[in-house]
Design a protein around this ligand. Sequence first.
Ligand code: PMP
Ligand code: GLN
Length: 382
Amino acid sequence: MNQPLVEPMRAFGTTIFAEMSALALTTASINLGQGFPDSDGPPEILDAAVEAIRSGFNQYPPGSGQPTLRHAIAGHQNRFYGVQYDADTEVLVTAGATEAIASALLALTGPGDEVVMFEPYYDSYAACVALSGAQRKVVTLRPTEAGWRYDPEQLERAFTGRTRVVLLNTPHNPTGKVFDRSELEQIAQLARRHDAVVVTDEVYEHLVFDGMHVPMSTLPGMRDRTITISSAGKTFSVTGWKIGWVCAAAPYLNAVRTVKQFLTYVNGGPFQPAVAFGLGLPDEVYAEVREGLRAQRDLLCGGLQRLGFDVITPQATYFATVRLDAGGLEFCQKLPRERRVVAIPSSVFYDSHEGDRLVRFAFCKRPDVLVEALGRLEGVGR
Ligand code: PMP
Ligand code: GLN
């Protein structure tokens, strides 16, 4: 039989997350691979979903999302960042951030267009750029004494007359980097100069431990050139709910919605009012999730350091990176069988070979699970 898969998708097999989570099950390993918490989010948000199921929110929500949720999202952007969006024309609810990213790239780019993005990158970015027929232009983030940095000249060179979109992710998976204001200003300036749109994935916006999250939309002149994407999964530890959203000026929002409506149309009926409720909860609820994760980060990073690993401590997110002396892929292939721990080889997030010796560990797991994993890793570090 001929190869049934279209040519641009042939480079993409099973995602690393599906592969490594399946391996964790078959080897009875602790899964520090795929980033999902092993405990549920705030109980009042879970109760709100149960309540929604019992009170008739079980049919298709409106195409753009439940009005209560769209208003809650607009309210969230204003409350935390002082950016105003019209809940009816500038906010769209999606099936997780994943669908928002796919819809934005499919809506804005096509053959002949280029997307500037940073490596390492979240795996769906490359696949969605390929689906759209565009090309990616990749700028490398490298670990330095001052944290993960890119070369400003490489960024400048990545922009061409074909650049349509800059795909940004801050706070950043897998590095845990939080882009600072001066970096964002350079990106914004280049986007304006080349008349490109910034698509920014901010799903870890509330999981920052050191530094401050600066949304691209808050930079002068950028609100109307930025498509902001986020989701409830990380903020409230409900990754399986898959409620995401897009905030953008109406012409861009319309473009994204046009594509989105033919992907899932809508999703997550009863989860939408529950997320709306969650977004309106006091700051302490957000802080509790973040502080729990900070403790988990410190536990895992400190433990890995004691085992002799060269750990790059993240400023944010669910993930820590270690630098090995040898290949990360081989290390991650052996670890489940030899130590019953699963991690992700960071090389899968790179076009170049710069990540070949890096490994990503997720710390969004209960402290007792992290302690058990560290025990299993005894003697593996240098
Ligand atoms: N973007 C990044 C950077 C991620 O790490 C993830 C994984 N949670 C997503 C998007 C996907 O988010 P969602 O589960 O809301 O689709
Ligand atoms: N975002 C999570 C991670 O990076 C996993 C999401 C997924 O499984 N697609 O590990």
